[in-house]
Write a protein that binds this ligand. Sequence first.
Ligand SMILES: Cc1cc2nc3c(=O)[nH]c(=O)nc-3n(C[C@H](O)[C@H](O)[C@H](O)COP(=O)(O)OP(=O)(O)OC[C@H]3O[C@@H](n4cnc5c(N)ncnc54)[C@H](O)[C@@H]3O)c2cc1C
Length: 467
Amino acid sequence: MQDNIINELYQVIGKENVLTDKEDLICYSYDATSYSHLPEVVVVPSSAEEISLVLKVANKHRMPVVARGGGTNLCGASVPIKGGIVLAMHRLNKIIEIDGDNLVATVEAGVNTEKFQQAVEAKGLFYPPDPQSAKMSTMGGNVAQNAGGPRGFKYGVTRDFVLGMKVVLADGTILDIGGKTIKNVTGYDLTKFFTGSEGTLGVIIAITFRLLPLPEAKKTMLAVFGDLMDGARTISSIVKNKIIPVTLEMMDQETMGLIEKSKPVGLPTDAAAAILIEVDGSEHEVERQMKKIEKVARAEGATDVVVARTEEEAAKLWEGRKAAFGCMALSAVTPITEDATVPRSKLPEMVKFIKDVAKKYSLSIPVLGHTGDGNLHPIICTDENNLEEMERVEKAIDEIFKETLRLGGTLSGEHGIGLAKQKYMELEVGQDGLNLMRQLKKAVDPNNILNPGKIFLQETEQINEKA
Ligand SMILES: Cc1cc2nc3c(=O)[nH]c(=O)nc-3n(C[C@H](O)[C@H](O)[C@H](O)COP(=O)(O)OP(=O)(O)OC[C@H]3O[C@@H](n4cnc5c(N)ncnc54)[C@H](O)[C@@H]3O)c2cc1C
């Protein structure tokens, strides 16, 4: 990067908040995928005003700017593939207000997700979206990716809780949109426009979220199956029977085996599948739902249904589930997490298809996911250095996405497009849909400085360049 640009950044944000050492740049060059690329500079702002000034400099010099939260995304979204500036958001880490009278909270974008959940719960309130990366992810990153999580089945995803936002546009304009009211139809819904935009439309500074009262009771149970398809059918059957637990998380035998190898929590590794189910509500409602769920699961072939007796037992099972991606990363050089999501009634068909594809291409593809939402996470455990295997992986991914769309599903339930799924975008949204998205992007970022190279198919020669 030219010295004059660095000097301008020093002036607007202070030399101490501008990092250019290679060691620092490496720390901001990757995310939770295997993509990586060095930024030219990292800036560490602490306010909307500073970010506005940084964006004015970047816009003047047509420098790419990539906002970065926890760097936990699973699609290459925060990798600065065009170099430029990474905006590290961790100094914007204040919970501005938890407003119990209005059941809303306002936080800065760099606030850690788990810390926010805990702060809200300490006041008897509840923020349901629960990406399994909550220990590391940020609220700004959650909004920019429209993160989901297991509780999405009952409560919805991040988008369903966003009421208002402060955002900085590419030209440095600071915008306040939405607010504390649950209802707001004053013009276009700009909060939804920025939610899920992967840092390509604006930099999110602060967000106001809707909250719920903390449910009176909750219980966790594990339904165990001798046949994977019995598990998949149980999910569809629970939905068909109009029961809405908080979570329906299926794990197949391979997934449970990998979890138990690295983080033993007592999962039944001899079973073909298990579903981790949480129910919440009043004590009475929890008991009633658990009985109904057990009945449906047993009717579909569950060999056992175990209820966690204490909060510690329940927490242990959830720890295992949360560790699943990490355990796979320990067992494979390159774990590729997919995010195929189908209408819930199509879940058994999709699970069978993935397992058939794994067999066809001789690949290891453990399947887990927020299955209550039809949101599957097949994880292709491979090695990017094995070029012959990578060819089979590409073919398997291709088939999985095409079948997902054929069944009326979507490429991404919650992980986003980033770099990973660009080439399939047109298949889902069509050329007209893509054109409209490109026009919207151009309207707010005419110089294409905000996270360029993401979502839309671009030249890819730089993508896998290593730091
Ligand atoms: C172990 C593990 C489990 C996971 N489980 C889930 C899950 O259950 N559900 C789920 O949905 N996802 C899950 N994820 C994916 C990931 O955690 C989420 O996408 C999360 O929302 C990313 O947040 P982050 O703060 O890490 O954002 P980053 O990865 O830093 O950034 C993600 C995107 O948001 C943009 N961005 C970040 N901050 C801002 C900002 N302030 N303004 C504008 N743009 C911004 C970045 O430019 C990038 O495009 C998981 C990931 C891992 C590693």
